[in-house]
Design a protein around this ligand. Structure first.
Ligand code: SF4
Ligand code: SF4
Length: 429
């Protein structure tokens, strides 16, 4: 079981409060890290039960974004404490019906693959693009629309249509080839569930850009969902089952295992703690975010892209994995890109795994301040780039609901487009 001991250093100073998105929205101490730590410790000591309504309201309301960790002068491991509390609550009362249904689907490929296939069919009709909006149903449509390769209808889209009939980020998906005269470590692509089902274009861009930078990318079968959604909900048993399957499939297959979803990468790097086995620790040591592997090689510069781009840092990349510079290094390999870091770019978007499904009102309230920052930006960005599927869909849907002509993309998609324009893939056509 996860441990509460990481909460021990808390001195209740409150320095973390201004970094907490739910505290900023509510102004409620119970919705702050400090307030939640008091509740968690009361649960640990048995002073309140796992069924206590205030405990459930405030812990269920936590995004798990860990934005409170880097600002804490005492080094409190809030995320570890939260996992311990959620595991204790899960053992006492199980999951709410909606969470049980959603997590049950992600546990089995036989369930999520056909459901996501239907989602792709719906996306291909472009109805989600037309129906994007503010209500819960229309926001969901916006999330699905935002997962498509064609990104947005803004200046980026207009510019793209001048040069291609599709979108600025639509490539012809040419076969990839290594061009850099460097050693060729092998890299296994972690496919995941949502990334594999809705963001296969990002997987393709990941493979191509890694190969241009001297990596040899291999496919390894037998992978399943990483288990992060289950772990964050307190269902550590399901998370361990999924993690064990991934360790069996991936542990010995390559020099590195590359991940392009920040949420998956954070748990994959933590498999050693989750499973407490040498094989899991060995696999966890090989996990790299795609931006880390590319940054280790420079990465190689491509052709210029005339785009204004705002980078939005996924919580599980910056706070959980402590990866800050690599995505910026990746983007700096695209000449002429006008990179912006807007106010609140380091703050959670409200997606947080299945949080936006379980806590839609708070998720939207948290998102709204970020969308407001995009709307106020001058010059206005053409694209928001971020390296996590939930963030891409949440931010993309929020932009659509607000009627802002700004697209969304994974950073590696921009590098891939830059490489395509530079002709790095041409000789394979
Ligand atoms: S978690 Fe850290 S910053 Fe927040 S109240 Fe405790 S010691 Fe202070
Ligand atoms: S994890 Fe995020 S939402 Fe939860 S207390 Fe920390 S900053 Fe607030």
């Amino acid at each position: 079981m996860a441990s509460y001991s990481a909460l021990d250093p808390c001195v209740h100073c409150g320095f973390c409060l201004p970094a907490c998105p739910t505290y900023l929205v509510t102004g409620d101490e119970g919705h702050s890290p400090r307030g939640r730590i008091v509740l968690m410790r009361s649960l640990e000591r048995g002073e309140i039960s796992a069924h206590d309504p205030a405990l459930l309201e405030h812990l269920d309301g936590c995004l798990g974004c860990r934005g409170c960790e880097p600002v804490c002068p005492s080094g409190v491991g809030y995320g570890q404490g939260l996992e311990a509390a959620r595991e204790q609550i899960f053992q006492a009362r199980g999951l709410p019906p909606t969470a049980r249904a959603v997590l049950g689907v992600f546990r089995y490929r036989l369930l999520w693959r056909p459901l996501f296939a239907l989602a792709r069919l719906l996306r291909a009709t472009r109805l989600p693009h037309l129906l994007s909006g503010n209500s819960r149903l229309h926001f969901g449509m916006g999330m699905l629309a935002a997962s498509a390769e064609q990104r947005g209808s803004g200046a980026a889209g207009r510019r793209g249509r001048e040069s291609t009939p599709e979108s600025p980020l639509t490539t012809n998906q040419p076969p990839s080839r290594p061009a850099a005269p460097l050693p060729h470590p092998t890299v296994a692509l972690f496919r995941g569930c949502v990334m594999d089902a809705l963001f296969s274009h990002v997987h393709a861009a990941t493979r191509r850009t890694l190969e241009v930078n001297g990596y040899r990318v291999v496919d390894i079968p037998g992978q399943v969902c990483c288990g992060a959604l289950h772990e964050h909900a307190g269902d550590a048993g399901a998370a361990r089952t999924l993690a064990s399957a991934n360790v069996n499939a991936l542990a010995d297959g390559a020099d590195f295992i590359v991940v392009n979803s920040a949420g998956c990468g954070a748990l994959l790097k933590d498999y050693g703690r989750l499973l407490n086995s040498p094989a899991a620790r060995s696999m966890a040591a090989k996990i790299r975010d795609v931006s880390e592997l590319l940054a280790e090689r420079g990465p190689r510069s491509g052709a210029a892209l005339d785009l204004a781009v705002a980078y939005d840092a996924p919580c599980h990349l910056q706070h959980a994995q402590r990866v800050h510079e690599a995505p910026l290094a990746l983007l700096s390999a695209v000449p002429s890109l006008r990179l912006q870091l807007l106010p609140g770019s380091d703050r959670c978007c409200g997606s947080a795994g299945i949080y936006s499904v379980l806590q839609p009102r708070m998720a939207r309230a948290v998102l709204d301040s970020k969308i407001g920052s995009f709307a106020a930006a001058r010059p206005r960005p053409d694209l928001i780039v971020t390296g996590n599927p939930g963030c891409l869909m949440q931010i993309g849907a929020g932009l659509r609901a607000a009627g802002l002509p700004i697209g969304v993309a994974h950073p590696v998609e921009l590098l891939d487009l830059s490489y395509q324009k530079a002709g790095f893939y041409d000789s394979d056509r």
